[in-house]
Write a protein that binds this ligand. Sequence first.
Ligand code: ADP
Length: 243
Amino acid sequence: MSDKIIESRMSIEAKNLSKHYGAQIAVNALNFSAKSGQIVGFLGPNGAGKSTSIKMLVGLIQPTSGEAYIAGERVSQDSINLKKQIGYLAEDNPLYKEMYVKEFLAFIASLHNISQTRIQEVIQLTGLSLEQNKKINTLSKGYQQRVGIAQAILHNPSILILDEPTSGLDPNQMEEIRSLILSLKPGRTILFSSHILSEVEAICDRLLIINHGVLQADCSMDEAKSFPGGINQLFQEKTKLVK
Ligand code: ADP
């Protein structure tokens, strides 16, 4: 396969993507393009428009205007091929919490015709070997996030979109989930949203800052760190309240 095809298979693109809820503008003309092999941090305070953007990128809600492209395909076309490329962890990580870990993953796998071998592989990859026979609701929030990530990667997607995967975790759990995400980077493009700068700074190659539905910065992490006053200053400037 040529480099160009591989590159396109892993691309995430927003072109003038907007979402209005009546008079409320949640996302306003978002433009960015993420290429293969990167972890892209999607940083912004609560209410900035991260989840709304992500839901448009994965095809859960329709944009008011603009278009999202995944792996070079229009998300609005809603093709099966497109769904195969995307792994998604929603902010509220909806799990069937009465199910056992392995049973839940087997259930998701059965919907996508995924083999038993792959379930075991993913259980190992996500560090769930010792937890696989436990009920999901008995697990810590950190381990529940692992289950959420496991279901997102079962079909081995080349694009992984994680909405606030470390939110609400304690510092150790945050670190563990960050390492897990880093381990999933080879061969993938990962979009990682967070409202916490240090989370994004720790693992991302690239930084998108969104505030009030508008993209305020799009740069490499190195560029962000060399901003006058440092990355903290950049974040503060780009997320100032607009009066
Ligand atoms: P974030 O994920 O960055 O916290 P959201 O995308 O959830 O932000 O929300 C962006 C803005 O859109 C917020 O002002 C939020 O209140 C508003 N919003 C989100 N969903 C809806 C909705 N269904 N109806 C009206 N306003 C919404």
